[in-house]
Structure formats: structure tokens, C-alpha cells
Ligand binder design. Structure first.
Ligand code: OSB
Ligand code: MG
Length: 369
């Protein structure tokens, strides 16, 4: 397709409730939307880095720089809107997966719209709805935690994930388990531990968790394999899995038994699908992680999560769990079955609302072909 323009927008949206992980508490999310226009169609992508480099090295500012100075010029030079070509053309630029994914996803949306099919169908997805889980941040007290978990269970979520850190781990699990002995429960440390704390992590085996997510630092595949040998509970890697290669290495080393796929973390849907496929061949289940995206990024996650090996409930919750007013209409809602439906319209299949986007925009720039 002949691309007319690429637009970058920086937005800020306040959360309904603060979100705290082992790396800190956040009250709002700053992020970049990518809007590509071609032949009368609009493709949308969302970048998942936040203002500060805590989850990974990238920030909204580094994404802006890499998009503006390297990725968009590469797209301009080759004049090729195919997302798979884009993946190969930007591969020489090291790292910066979240910047790459934002633009690649906009090209995927455009490609699916030009064919008149949903993105999920273009990917080869087979599931029409995704089991919805909710990721519950660190709270001010254990009572607050239990109350919040209870609220989400009443709304119908199928699985609860609680964030942990040293000092907020076994007690948090015990508090939730005491009240809800049988719910599907898992924990996420976002890399807050080291092997020296293996004993605390080992104690988590008592709480019948579905999995323990990313106990150690992203680079640390070796110590994850040591810990996995000590624990019954499956380990799941998030930050460590940078692409198909690290996924294969983590599985061969026994560093985890489950993989969390986030399209932003791995640099786009080409890489995300490759991870999905090698895990499927090895019969290793995957699930779709989230980065508190707006409805645009969440729609992208839903299409990806429709692939057949996304077997465990996703961190894909309803719009109102994150934001007072989402950017899309209609908003994402939970079904009575505790699932979220994969949109069926062309491309991402959801409608971004210009007025809401405008209201949340801090900065924008249009790049013309
Ligand atoms: O580790 O999964 C994570 C949010 C920000 C940074 C890291 C993580 C998360 C989440 C959010 O858990 C899950 C969601 O989007 O619902
Ligand atoms: Mg995680």
C-alpha cells in the first residue's frame, strides 16, 4: 500500500486506581500512539514503554527518538507497508522493541483492514473469546488486597495475579488463600529477587499457585533454571523473554515451564507469533500479558491471544478496570463467562474516539511521505 503519513502522539491517561509493582507506584500512564494513513485507511499501534525505564530500558522519550530518527525514515526509504518486511528492515537496529512494535502493529492493522479481515484471522487465530484475568498491584494493606481481589472475583474474572516483592509475598498469598482457598491464583515479582532469597520463593510452593512470574532479573536465565529445579510451581518468564531465541534457550535450560507473551516487549507480532509457535511445538503453554494498554493496545493483544497456544487466562481486563474513559468505543467489557471477546471487524476491529484521544494528547507530530 502507498503510505501517506505516520503520526506519533504522546498521551497521558490517569488510572482508576494506582498500580504498584516491585518497581514502584504509578498513578497514570504516558504512552505513544502510532497512526499510519494509507489509501484512505488508518492503521493504529500503541507503544508500551512508560515515562520511566523501570520495566525495561525504554521510555516514551526513547521510543519517540527511535521512531522519529530510525524507524519512520526506514519505512519512508523502502516505501513498503508490509509488516513482515518492516520487521526485517528494522532488525539491524538493536533493541528498542517497544518502539518497533508500535509501528509494526499499526502496519498489521492497516494490512488486515486492506484485506477486510480481522487481525486475529490474519494471524491465524482460532479463539473467539479470551479468558480474562486481572493483575492486582501491591496495596497499602493486606485487607485492601483481599477486598480488591474480592471485588474482581465478584465482577467475574477467572484468575487473579498478585504483584509481589520482598516483604509482600508469602503473607499476601496467605491472606488471599485464607479467604479464597480455590481460586486460580498466580504471582508476579517483576524481577525483585535474587537466588539468595530462594528460600522465600520456595515457600510459595505452599499456595497452589498456577505459576510464579519473573522472580529474578531479566538477564538471569541461569538462576531461574536453578530455582525451577527447587520448586514444584511452574516458573513463568516475562521480562527475560526478548524473542524466539531467548524463549528457546529458556526452555532448553529449564528456566521456566510457561511463557508470558507481550507483543511490545518482544518487538512486534512477527516475533510474538514465532515465540507462540515454538512453544506450541514443545507443548509449552503461553498466555498474553498486558502493559495497562489503552483500548487500542488491548485490541491488538486480544487478536494475538486468539492464537491456539494461548492456553492460560490473559492479563486482559475490561476497560473500566484501568481507565475512567477508554480511547475506544465501545469499550472492552467482561462477558458473563469471565472472558473478553476478540473483535470481529476489520483490522483491530475497535473504533478509536478522536475527541478522547485529543483530550489526552500532550504532544504530536506528523511525518509525511
Ligand atoms: O509484569 O505484567 C507485568 C503492568 C506494567 C508493567 C508490568 C506488568 C504489568 C501488568 C499489567 O501486570 C497487566 C495488565 O495490563 O492488565
Ligand atoms: Mg510480568
Amino acid at each position: 500500500m502507498k503510505i501517506d503519513s505516520v503520526e506519533l502522539l504522546v498521551l497521558k491517561l490517569p488510572y482508576v486506581h494506582f498500580f504498584e509493582t516491585s518497581f514502584g507506584r504509578e498513578y497514570d500512564r504516558e504512552f505513544i500512539l502510532v497512526k499510519v494513513q494509507a489509501e484512505g485507511l488508518t492503521g493504529w499501534g500503541e507503544c508500551v514503554a512508560s515515562e520511566r525505564p523501570l520495566y525495561s530500558e525504554e521510555t516514551t522519550e526513547t521510543e519517540w527518538h527511535v521512531l522519529k530518527d530510525f524507524l519512520i525514515p526506514t519505512l519512508f526509504r523502502y516505501k513498503d507497508s508490509d509488516p513482515v518486511s518492516f520487521y526485517w528492515k528494522v532488525k539491524p537496529f538493536r533493541g528498542n522493541p517497544m518502539a518497533k512494535a508500535g509501528l509494526e502493529l499499526a502496519l498489521w492493522d492497516l494490512a488486515a483492514k486492506s484485506m477486510g479481515v480481522s487481525l486475529g484471522r490474519l494471524y491465524g487465530g482460532t479463539q473467539t473469546e479470551i479468558q480474562a484475568g486481572v493483575s492486582v498491584g501491591i496495596q497499602d494493606s493486606l485487607d485492601d488486597l483481599v477486598t480488591r481481589v474480592e471485588g474482581y472475583l465478584k465482577e467475574g474474572y477467572r484468575r487473579i495475579k498478585i504483584k509481589i516483592k520482598p516483604g509482600w509475598d508469602t503473607e499476601a498469598c496467605a491472606a488471599v488463600r485464607r479467604r479464597f482457598p480455590d481460586i486460580p491464583l498466580q504471582v508476579d515479582a517483576n524481577g525483585a529477587y535474587t537466588l539468595a532469597q530462594a528460600e522465600t520463593l520456595w515457600k510459595l510452593d505452599e499456595y497452589q499457585l498456577l505459576l510464579v512470574e519473573q522472580p529474578f532479573a531479566p538477564f538471569d536465565l541461569l538462576d531461574h533454571s536453578r530455582l525451577q529445579k527447587l520448586m514444584k510451581t511452574p516458573l513463568c518468564l516475562d521480562e527475560s523473554i526478548l524473542g524466539e531465541t531467548t524463549a528457546r534457550q529458556a526452555l532448553e535450560m529449564g528456566s521456566c515451564r510457561v511463557i508470558n507473551i507481550k507483543v511490545g516487549r518482544v518487538g512486534g507480532a512477527v516475533e510474538a507469533r514465532a515465540i507462540h509457535d515454538i512453544c506450541r511445538l514443545r507443548e509449552v503453554p503461553v498466555w498474553c500479558g498486558g502493559m495497562l494498554e489503552s483500548g487500542i493496545g488491548r485490541a491488538h493483544n486480544l487478536h494475538l491471544a486468539s492464537l491456539p497456544n494461548f492456553k492460560l487466562p490473559a492479563d486482559l481486563s475490561a476497560s473500566k478496570r484501568y481507565y475512567h474513559e477508554d480511547l475506544i468505543d465501545p469499550e472492552v467489557e467482561l462477558t458473563p463467562r469471565g472472558t473478553v471477546a476478540v473483535p470481529t471487524g476489520a483490522g483491530i476491529g475497535v473504533n478509536p474516539v478522536d475527541k478522547r484521544i485529543e483530550k489526552a494528547t500532550l504532544r504530536r507530530e506528523v511525518f509525511k511521505f
